[in-house]
Design a protein around this ligand. Structure first.
Ligand SMILES: Cc1ncc(COP(=O)(O)O)c(C=O)c1O
Length: 395
């Protein structure tokens, strides 16, 4: 049997490789501490689960859902954006629930990318932006995110011949994997740039609620004219520890939202309704879980950043996201360093190159690891570093 070239050419999904390596080690009876995938370790808040269980008992929720989601869920999403960012949305035309943000990110390429078209994607970046572009027959153009530019893309350096073919501009702040943040000035500049070059902007913002030290991120939808040029993907995964329930949303430009609705209505039959009711509870119910989770992540962030700097790995403290983006010591690549940590210390980190060429020279550590594992992982790092003389990162 011969699979399509489309499938043949797919790069292996980054975390599949990591999971395989961990499983291999565990099968050999080795104990591995993983700072790999960004999957919240704390449970979904109990009031959300209670609502889910209650809704699951109702036979009305056992049938096919509408693919555009319950009107009450779309209203809850619009209400959340209003309260959270002061952004008004039409719940019928400018809001669409998704089976997790990843699903919408994957499918929107099919709405705007024809063979030969270009999508501008951040490098390093969440791999789905480029993979979905390729699946739709397009080409990703990688915009380097470098530290000297605060991990923001240098839009003015994109060549004119690329811009001519570009249809989509992908952005993601607070950023995975760098932990960088963007302000409203940057988003205002993005809107002007998109208008100038006729680009549809897809901003991906699932980490807007995972913030530290009182930092308040902005939504792309707050930028002047954002709704005319783009949409924002969001998710309940990281805000409410709901990765396993698969629910997210896209909001903004009604033409873009409608295009995605049309593609989706041909491919999926919506989100199980009990999960939609749980999402309504999460978005409209008591929000204190967010502060509680962030306090835990902030403590872990401080421990990780402190330890890495102590052992000679230069690391800045992120204001948001679940990730610490750390430089690789001299003499290593991101893969050789991650491999050394796995083989010699039993600690899993993600090599930066997995997120794109500009991720080389970095590793990513996720903070979604229970405190006991985190402490064990950090002491393993300290012990491992004591066997290496003069570990230090390039200036
Ligand atoms: C930047 C980014 N976008 C989207 C997602 C996917 O979110 P969801 O669980 O809603 O599909 C992730 C998950 O890690 C992510 O890091």
């Amino acid at each position: 049997m011969k699979v399509s070239r489309r499938v043949e050419n797919l790069p292996p999904y980054l975390f599949v490789e990591i999971s395989r390596k961990i499983a291999e080690k565990k099968a050999k009876g080795e104990d591995v501490v993983s700072f790999g995938i960004g999957d919240p370790d704390m449970p979904t808040p109990s009031h959300v689960i209670d609502r889910l269980c209650q809704a699951a008992q109702d036979p009305a929720n056992h049938r096919y859902p509408e693919s555009e989601g319950l009107p009450q869920l779309r209203q809850a999403i619009a209400g959340w954006y209003e309260r959270r960012f002061g952004v008004s949305l039409d719940a019928d035309k400018e809001v669409l629930p998704l089976i997790g943000a990843k699903e919408g990110i994957g499918h929107i390429a099919f709405c705007f990318i024809d063979p030969g078209d270009i999508a501008l994607v951040p490098d390093p970046g969440y791999p789905v932006y480029s993979v979905s572009t390729m699946l739709a027959g397009g080409e990703p153009y990688y915009m380097p995110l470098v530290e000297q530019n605060d991990f923001l893309p240098d839009l003015d350096s994109i060549p004119a011949h690329i811009l001519k073919r570009a249809k989509l501009l992908w952005l993601n702040y607070p950023n995975n994997p760098t932990g960088a943040v963007a302000d409203l000035d940057f988003f205002n500049k993005v809107v002007k740039f998109a208008q100038q070059h006729n680009l549809a902007v897809c901003h991906d913002g699932p980490y807007s609620e995972v913030t530290f030290d009182g930092y308040q991120p902005v939504s792309f939808m707050q930028a002047d004219g954002a709704k005319e040029v783009g949409v924002e993907f969001h998710s309940l995964s990281k805000s409410y520890n709901m990765t396993g329930w698969r629910i997210g949303m896209v909001v903004g430009n009604p033409v873009m939202v409608d295009a995605l609705r049309r593609i989706k209505s041909n491919l999926d039959s919506g989100i199980p309704q009990a999960i939609q009711y749980a999402a309504i509870e999460a978005l409209t119910g008591i929000q204190d879980c967010i502060q509680k989770h962030n306090a835990v992540y902030q403590k872990r962030r401080d421990l990780v950043v402190d330890m890495l700097n102590r052992i000679g790995i230069e690391t800045k403290s992120p204001k948001a996201t679940l990730y610490v983006w750390a430089k690789v010591p001299e003499g290593y690549t991101s893969v050789s360093f991650a491999t050394a940590l796995l083989d010699e210390a039993g600690v899993v980190v993600t090599p930066g190159i997995g997120y794109g060429r500009s991720g080389e020279g970095y590793i990513r550590l996720s903070l979604t690891i229970p405190d006991a594992g985190l402490t064990k992982g950090l002491s393993r790092l300290a012990e491992w570093s004591s066997t290496k003389s003069g570990l230090r990162t390039k200036k």
